[in-house]
Design a protein around this ligand. Sequence first.
Ligand code: F6R
Length: 607
Amino acid sequence: MCGIVGYRGREGAREILIDALRRLEYRGYDSAGIAIWNKGTVRLARRQGKVSDLAEAIEADGFDGPMGLAHTRWATHGVPSERNAHPHTAADITVVHNGIIENYLELKETLKGQGHTFTSDTDTEVIPHLIASLLSKAGSFEGAVRSALRMLKGSYAVGVIREGEDILIAAKKESPLLVGLGEDGEHIIASDAPAIINRTNRFIFLEDGDIAVIRKGDLKITNLDGDEVTREVRSVQWSGAMAEKGGYRHFMLKEIFEQPRAISDTLIGRIEEEEGEVFFEELDLPDIAKVRKIWMVACGTSYHACLIGKHIFEANLRIPVETDIASEFRYRDPILDRNDLVILVSQSGETADTIAAMKEVKKRGLHTLAICNVLGSTLSRECDGVIYTHAGPEIGVASTKAFTTQVSVFFMLMIYLGKRLNVLDSDDARRLIGELRKIPHKIQTILDASSSIEDTARENMHYRHFLYLGRGINFPTVLEGALKLKEISYIHAEAYAAGEMKHGPIALIDENMPIVFVSPRDQTYKKTCSNMEEVLARNGKVLLFTDDARHDMAKRIDALFVVPESIYELQPILSVVPLQLMAYHMANLLGTDVDQPRNLAKSVTVE
Ligand code: F6R
């Protein structure tokens, strides 16, 4: 979704802002813009298309200054175009915005009645007009911004500057925004930490209703009533290098290959194999013995991790688990008991639907636990407890290492709860931890032997439809594999529980339909073999991912990839890796924009 960055410091803002925009590209966008302030004058440029087009456009101009704002836009109101790109201006006010102003039509009508003229189709444009209209009554720039924000309904993260005033104002409600504290009193606002991690590792994560007023070398944060508030300065254990491609062609490929490291980091300090113990320092849980049901709620890939979490929990804890898509959960009035535990899962911690689900749960007085990758994100701050996945920054839009680290956390959490509920003894825990500890090495062996996957991708990339089939705990694995393929290669891929094939999808099967099977040697093995027989009988192509090198079907299928063996609960972490790679290679060979696929945003901060 839209990315915001703003700068007030000693150096020229232009290069710093363009560099930060490049780092925000991964969030997904269709246009970009920049405004530079120098000695009271503001110069602006906007372009539809890439940040590089914007950078090129302002290169010749040479205008620079110590303050500025920049933005990448992901269209919500109004088509992608130069006139809808941010910053938006009115009189001497310049604004960048992320979020949705729900009452913009109403405000626009009133402002038009006062003689204001609008030049875009966006909801954002009402903000500078509103501020400009309130200036004389409020008596100051800061006062006018505060009054305007009070009149907005919806969500916003905004950066505002004004000609003639050496002040940058940033504010947020339900959209993420942080202030980075750099060297020599420089302040940088940004939608997320990776955008500015190369300049600072000290951040203030603004909270809803906060207004940060930045003057040269000075920062003051107030609430909407103007009362000063204090916010903690936090650092993230991420470095600038972690947000670089590090020699890989795409972030997605780098992140797939990072999975052994990401999972090891997620486990470090949390498992004690000899004692059979799992530790979560940051965990704050209710009385576990009273928990009768656990909910797992998320969107997209994180939701697929929940589906696996359900299998892991139910198989070992024998507590019923209900999984739900956050955008469904929030509107369906779920039947919640006060003693239920609700786990919300999100890589970014900023997904609007997941946050709304969390708020709904909290309103009803239930305990919330976040599994989250981004430190200081809204979800991690507002849930009662948080377990971080230490995957490091995930920049590729298609989620990979976030998924496998989320499943790893579910597995650790199952052991943690199992010990406390006395359904697992130390021997069980030791055995399970031992299996988990082997996972990073097993993924490494998959990655080391992965060159054949590119060949499989090349042989199959011309097909326009794929069916993915798996059973039990590997039904979510194939959902995730199919999601990866469609989002980055734009090939249609559908996933089914393999047993459902004969209830409908079998009608699609012919020689033009490759079927991807995930079929390890578990209790559903023989059943999935029968499904493969049914596919072969109809001339379908079978691409098989299994842990069994001597698979019963090995000689009769079109492609075979073997992953190492593990226990049932951990098999998906292994099986998903070749599926991620196959999707990556198909997309790369087809020449799509792998890291920023069309229409997608990394962090879906609007509904
Ligand atoms: C798919 C993907 C999305 C996200 C979803 C939730 O590759 O990345 O489906 O998983 O938008 O995002 P988070 O986990 O940040 O809440």
